[in-house]
Ligand binder design. Structure first.
Ligand code: HEC
Ligand code: HEC
Length: 219
C-alpha cells in the first residue's frame, strides 16, 4: 500500500470512530495515566515541556499518537504510553476524539453562586492563557496570514490534520519548529509545512509566535 492510500484507510477508519458517540467515562479512564504529564484537563504544563492537548483536533492527535508509537516522532516520555498494550487502537481513537471536546476557557470564570468549592477550583484551573510572547506582532501577523494561516487557520485554530497553534505554549511551538527545521520531526506528505518553515527567518518565527499569543480571545 502506498502512503496516500494508507493515509486514506486511516482517515476512513477514523471518521467512523468520530461519528460514534463518545463514551466519556471510558475516555477519562484511558486518559488517566496521561494526566500525570498533561494535567487533569489536558492543559499540559511546565511551561510547555508538556504540551496542551485539550481542544486539539482529534485527527491530528490520533496521527501524532501513531507517530509516537511507530517512533516516526521520537519522544522518550511519550513512547511507552503509546505501545499497543497500553493504548490499543480503539482507545487511541477514543481518547483523541474526547480530547477535542475538552474546552479550556481563556477568560476567568464568573461564578453564579451555586458552585461548591471544588467546582469553583476546577473552573479556575481549566483557564489556560498563554503569556504574551515578545516580538513584533504586526509583522508576525503578516507572515502568519501569508504563509501559515492557509493550513493552520486564520485564527490559528487549525482543522483536521492541521494542528491548532493558538493556545499552545510558545516554548513548545518553538521547540517543534526547531525540530522540523533540523529534520528531526518528519513531514511525510507534500501538504506538510516543511517547505514554508524552512523559508522564514528566526526573527519571523519569533514574530509569528508573538502574534499567535494575541489571538487567544478572538472568536
Ligand atoms: C511521562 C510524561 C507523559 C505522559 C504520561 C504522556 N505524555 Fe504526551 N507528551 C509528553 C511530552 C514530553 C510531549 C512533547 C513531545 C515533544 O516535545 O515533541 C508529549 C506530546 C504529546 C502529544 C503531541 C501534541 C502535539 O501538539 O503534537 C500528544 C497528542 C500527547 N502527548 C498525548 C498523550 C496521551 C493521549 C497520553 C496518555 C495515553 C500521554 N500523552 C501521556 C509527555 C507525556
Ligand atoms: C501546507 C500546510 C501548512 C502550512 C502552510 C504550514 N503548516 Fe505547520 N503544520 C502542518 C501540518 C500538516 C502539521 C502536522 C505535521 C506533523 O504531523 O508533524 C503542522 C505542524 C506544525 C507545528 C507543530 C504543532 C504541534 O502541536 O506540535 C507547528 C508549530 C507549525 N506547524 C507551525 C507552522 C508555521 C509557523 C507556519 C508558517 C510559517 C506553518 N506551520 C505553515 C501544515 C502546514
Amino acid at each position: 500500500m502506498n502512503k496516500i492510500s494508507c493515509l486514506l484507510v486511516v482517515i476512513a477508519g477514523f471518521s467512523g470512530a468520530l461519528r460514534a458517540e463518545i463514551d466519556v467515562d471510558k475516555a477519562k479512564e484511558i486518559y488517566g495515566p496521561c494526566a500525570a504529564c498533561h494535567g487533569q484537563f489536558g492543559a499540559g504544563g511546565k511551561k510547555g515541556e508538556y504540551p496542551r492537548i485539550a481542544g486539539q483536533h482529534a485527527r491530528y492527535t490520533y496521527e501524532q499518537l501513531k507517530n509516537f508509537q511507530s517512533q516516526h516522532r521520537l519522544n522518550l516520555p511519550m513512547f511507552p504510553y503509546t505501545k499497543e498494550r497500553e493504548l490499543p487502537e480503539e482507545d487511541m481513537k477514543l481518547v483523541a476524539a474526547w480530547l477535542e471536546t475538552v474546552e479550556l476557557p481563556t477568560r476567568m470564570p464568573t461564578f453564579n453562586g451555586d458552585e461548591d468549592a471544588l467546582t469553583r477550583l476546577n473552573m479556575v484551573e481549566k483557564v489556560m492563557i498563554v503569556p504574551r510572547a515578545e516580538g513584533d506582532v504586526a509583522a508576525g501577523g503578516k507572515v502568519y496570514q501569508e504563509h501559515c494561516g492557509g493550513c493552520h487557520g486564520r485564527q490559528g485554530k487549525g482543522r483536521g490534520m492541521f494542528p491548532m497553534l493558538v493556545g499552545q505554549y510558545t516554548n513548545y511551538l518553538k521547540k517543534q519548529i526547531d525540530a522540523y527545521r533540523r529534520g528531526e520531526r518528519p513531514h511525510e506528505d507534500e501538504t506538510a509545512s516543511e517547505g514554508i518553515l524552512y523559508q522564514v527567518s528566526e526573527d519571523e518565527i519569533r514574530n509569528v509566535l508573538a502574534y499567535l499569543t494575541t489571538l487567544q480571545n478572538a472568536d
